[in-house]
Ligand binder design. Structure first.
Ligand SMILES: [Zn+2]
Length: 316
């Protein structure tokens, strides 16, 4: 075999293997994600309304032509024996996960409509906590819920981005009512104007608030390279663990955006749960890295919230 023939053989073998892997990923995903989730997350930092997040199912659709090409091109080729495994753990969380961003005075909706839609007044947060308490709900952190410590009465409060107003406005209310919460911190923003400092984050952690990761720079995981995704996920975890001195197991996708590759990365990161912006109640029908949440918008009334979470007291 001369040099050229050898190169051509190597090239063809690599090509066929690539097509085969694409086919296996696609088949797996279509079996695993038969329904495409839609999301309408707004980007809280860029103040830009983003397009619907690509989902694994949507990504799988893009592989369809590849599958067709592969089936034609490999009919007389070597059989592929490599197996592909995406072994995502089943969720142990069986609870509503509420999603908050800013807690404070809402900006003028005419000037900053997205900021307005991401801001809940402190008194509204407090009345929601009182309502949920009256309905029989008890707060639990994502970590504990994910460890299977939840009950039918459990509810999870999550706050994205690590804004300073969590420390100044939300925490005093939570403390007063003896409620815990999970916050997802953008580690690259810590100490910047409008964001909490490391000291504040450490204090919250020492007082029972769970600290989760939300990447280093709030990047779009749906479009970042695999290397960048991996860096942002693992470095945010490492920074938090270094400061807190304990393991960080919970993650939230910035603006709810991720792709199949992101889920693949989570197999080896040490995170045990990741929340999305897909609407719904978390249960064992979800995998642990695609947990849905209930967005708390300023338009949501207490009556609507009560209807959404289906009061557990009346069902007993
Ligand atoms: Zn965010």
């Amino acid at each position: 075999m001369n040099k050229t023939t050898r190169y051509i053989t190597i090239f063809l073998a690599a090509f066929v293997l690539g097509l085969g892997l694409g086919l296996m990923v696609k088949q797996y995903v279509l079996a695993r994600y038969p329904v495409s989730h839609a999301t309408s997350e707004v980007q809280s930092l860029g103040r830009i309304v983003g397009p619907p997040a690509p989902t694994p199912a949507a990504e799988a659709e893009k592989l369809l032509p590849l599958r067709d090409a592969a089936s034609q091109d490999t009919q007389s080729g070597p059989s592929i024996t490599t197996t592909f495994s995406l072994d995502l753990p089943q969720s142990k969380v069986n609870a509503w996960i509420l999603m908050y961003h800013y807690i404070g005075t809402p900006p003028d909706p005419a000037v900053d409509p997205i900021g307005y839609n991401l801001t809940i007044k402190p008194e509204t947060l407090e009345s929601q906590i009182m309502l949920l308490t009256n309905l029989g709900y008890q707060p639990i952190t994502m970590h504990d819920a994910d460890a299977g410590k939840g009950t039918a009465n459990s509810i999870v409060l999550t706050f994205d981005d690590g804004y300073e107003d969590f420390y100044t406005n939300a925490w005093p209310i939570l403390k007063q009512h003896n409620w815990v919460a999970t916050i997802y911190v953008i580690t690259g923003k810590v100490g910047k104007p409008g964001y909490m400092t490391w000291d504040q984050i450490r204090e919250l952690h020492d007082n029972g608030i769970e600290i989760g990761a939300h990447t280093v720079n709030h990047i779009d995981l749906a479009t970042a390279t695999p290397e960048r995704q991996s860096q942002e996920i693992t470095q945010s975890k490492a920074s938090l663990e270094r400061v807190l001195g304990s393991s960080v197991t919970s993650f939230a996708y910035p603006s709810g955006r991720y792709v199949l590759l992101t889920l693949l990365l989570f197999q080896s990161t040490g995170f045990t749960s990741a929340v999305t912006t897909h609407p719904g109640k978390a249960s064992s029908s979800y995998n642990a890295y695609e947990l849905p949440r209930l967005r708390i918008s300023p338009q949501l009334t207490l009556v609507q919230l009560e209807k959404e979470v289906k009061p557990i007291k009346s069902g007993i």
